[in-house]
Design a protein around this ligand. Structure first.
Ligand code: ADP
Length: 413
């Protein structure tokens, strides 16, 4: 009976998956189960009587011995799974990762140490792999963090730059606004001054004109062609001056209260003849005006003064900006509307000046030696805008200029 009980215990002992190793106070193995032999690669019963240090790698044996002696002096229980890990030595020299639970007991007055051993190499390897993965992950996170920090600082920098840019733009806008306001003020002052001066000039000029007309009536003058020629020149020049003053006054008036229209029906040919007659006085030696034939019965319904100003300015410019022995040609077409083309062989307009010639007081560099005010085309454009007309300028420096005007034959009040 006692025997079968022993066998039963032995079977239980051996069938445990964990290794159980019992050593005496000298550190010699007195009993172990099959799991220990399997773990360390020994034959059945081979370990009995062997020192437990045999199961420990050479390098750890000294520490292990000290530990064992200390355990005998101060024995206590060490449960497994509380981080009691150590290295074991397989019979074939392979180092094993082990976990140990330590306990002791006394039998017949003798001290015995009991160790529960399990292999944790697989777990250890897994842990190691996880650790490595974690490390890699940390590295990646660190790298990303660095990238992120770089990105954030880049963003902050561009944000700062953007803010500065916006600030500068706001400043520039304010400066431009201020400059624009100042220019506007200056423009108003300029126009006011010009109109005041023009008014003052008008009275003495009309006096000169009257006197010149009166002189022409004297008998002596009529019999002396030279005096008659000079009085005519005076009258023509005073007329020109008057036109300039009218332009100035028109500018101020149109800006202040608009220009009132005085519509009437008149023959286009009458207007053209009058303009050509006035222009003839301005012709230089050998210069001539060539008008292509047009329907003489064409009538316009417009403010005659306005149409006069438009054509006069363009025609007089053509004469003024071309030299002796050149031709100024006028082509008129009156089919659906009035198309008028005035072409000269004069100094032309430099390319860089073309976009400015309708600006008030603008004069191209090559025009500066020739007398002018720079307001004629500005007035022409304003008038044309009011009567739904248009103007187009084609020009080549030193070759000539072609101005095309388009306007309706009649407008309503
Ligand atoms: P201006 O009194 O100077 O003639 P305008 O307003 O009539 O003023 O013309 C503006 C500018 O356009 C002139 O100063 C000149 O530079 C240019 N221009 C106008 N017409 C002609 C032309 N037929 N030939 C050459 N340049 C011209």
């Amino acid at each position: 009976m006692q025997k079968s009980k022993e066998v039963f215990y032995k079977i239980c002992f051996d069938s445990l998956l964990e290794g159980i190793c019992i050593a005496n106070h000298e550190g010699r193995i007195v009993m172990n189960n099959s799991a220990v032999e399997e773990l360390f690669g020994y034959e059945k019963g081979e370990l009995t009587g062997k020192e437990i240090t045999q199961l420990i790698p050479e390098a750890q044996r000294k520490i292990h011995l000290e530990y064992f002696q200390n355990f005998i002096k101060h024995p206590r229980k060490y449960k497994k799974g509380k981080g009691r890990e150590f290295l074991g030595l397989h019979k074939n020299g392979q180092v094993l990762d082990l976990e140990i639970g330590l306990n002791y007991f006394r039998h017949e007055g003798k001290f015995y140490a009991k160790a529960l051993i399990s292999e944790i190499s697989i777990r250890k390897r897994k842990e190691l792999r996880i650790k490595e993965k974690n490390k890699n992950l940390e590295l990646v996170v660190e790298e990303r963090e660095d990238q992120l920090i770089g990105l954030v600082s880049e963003l902050e920098l561009s944000n700062r730059k953007l803010k500065e840019e916006i600030k500068e733009r706001v400043f520039a806008e304010q400066r431009a606004k201020l400059a624009f306001e100042k220019e506007k003020e200056l423009n108003i002052l300029q126009t006011k001054f010009i109109s005041l001066a023009s008014h003052e000039f008008k009275t003495p000029l009309s006096g000169i004109m009257t006197s010149a007309s009166l002189i022409q009536k004297y008998n002596e003058v009529q019999s002396n062609p030279r005096i008659a020629k000079h009085t005519n020149t005076i009258k023509s020049l005073v007329g020109q001056l008057n036109n300039i003053l009218d332009d100035f006054l028109f500018l101020e008036n149109s800006e202040r209260k608009g220009y009132p229209m005085h519509l009437s029906r008149f023959r286009l040919s009458d207007l053209i003849n009058k303009l050509v007659e006035d222009a003839t006085a301005l012709l230089k030696e050998g210069q001539n005006i060539k008008i292509s034939p047009f329907d003489p019965s064409t009538e316009l319904q417009h403010d005659r003064k306005v149409i006069d100003i438009i054509i006069r300015n363009v025609l007089f410019n053509a004469i003024k900006y071309s030299s002796r022995n050149s031709t100024v040609s006028i082509k008129i077409c009156t089919q659906n509307d009035l198309k008028l083309v005035i072409e000269d062989q004069g100094i032309g307009i430099p390319n860089e000046a073309k976009e400015y010639i309708f600006d008030r007081f603008y004069r191209a560099k090559n025009a500066l030696p020739i007398q002018g005010t720079g307001i004629g085309l500005n007035i022409v454009k304003r008038h044309l805008q009011r009567i739904n007309g248009s103007i187009d300028v084609e020009s080549e420096e030193k070759i000539g200029t072609k101005v095309s005007i388009d306007l309706p034959l009649s407008i309503e009040d």
